[in-house]
Design a protein around this ligand. Sequence first.
Ligand code: ZN
Length: 321
Amino acid sequence: MSRSTFSVGVDVDSLWHYYRIHGLDEAQASDHAWEVGVPRFMSLFDALGLPATFYCVAEDIERSPSCPMIIKEMSDRGFEIGNHSWHHPYALTTLTHEVATREITEGKRLLEEASQSIVSGFRAPGYHTHRLLHQPLIESGHRYESSAFPCAPYYIAKAMVMGGMRLLGRRSQSILGPPTLLTAPHQPYLAGPESPYRALSHQGELSTPTLTHFPIAVWCGLPLIGTLLALLGPRGARYLGRGVARGMRRGGRHLTIEFHAADLLSLIDDELDPLLRVQPDLRRPVAMKKEAFTAFLSSLAAVADPIRLDRHPLLSAQSAL
Ligand SMILES: [Zn+2]
């Protein structure tokens, strides 16, 4: 059996998105995600020798003064630029077909222009997607999507937080997504136009236009995302990493690990707006989070090959069909 592989990706959600999720006034948001979070992640990945993907929101090219220069730098340093939509609408999956299509196509076009690189991957905002995105993704030249997140504990926690906010009279712009997303496979799969959460298997089904999906990793029910690693701290992350590595050692598996640019920011170290304390992982110091991420990723790198998602072998198989 072939050696296991893993990919790391960072969703570059600027801080104003956190104000939106928590129903706060986004006019006060600073540009720390681009100015500080992204450069810290680039250094971390370089130190670990990991070829990562940064999923960027194309409107930031105009909205963030640092973004255009950093996007170009990411691409020059060998990182993959992924499309995280044009404006990061949390309600992307409920928009009209026309507006959703523009979010996808304009996002890709603007990011390619800024990075001078080919954008092959799409990650929808908010950990869920929709079958109506299938066609615009294929027609605009995307080769994969990495939005599915079949993690029941995360889904339930998100439902409870959103319900609690409603009780307090605050409105989150986040959307929960249908429970069917929990049925998505945990390993990469090809999906057709009917459902982004169902793997195609029969030859007949595979003759329809397919898109490769890389679900965000879930291990024994646990979401393998930066938020969890930050909350676990270095000891917990090391322990988790060793457990996951034991399962990967047998080979033949792929994990897509997800971070956010804000995962390497801290309320105290970076003197962020105290209103952001609603985001618990921002209360942890940067050094501690960096140590936790390093411990976890090093455990994986000891048993599996890191791979840029746009170079995953499944994509060549898809082109050959
Ligand atoms: Zn996002």
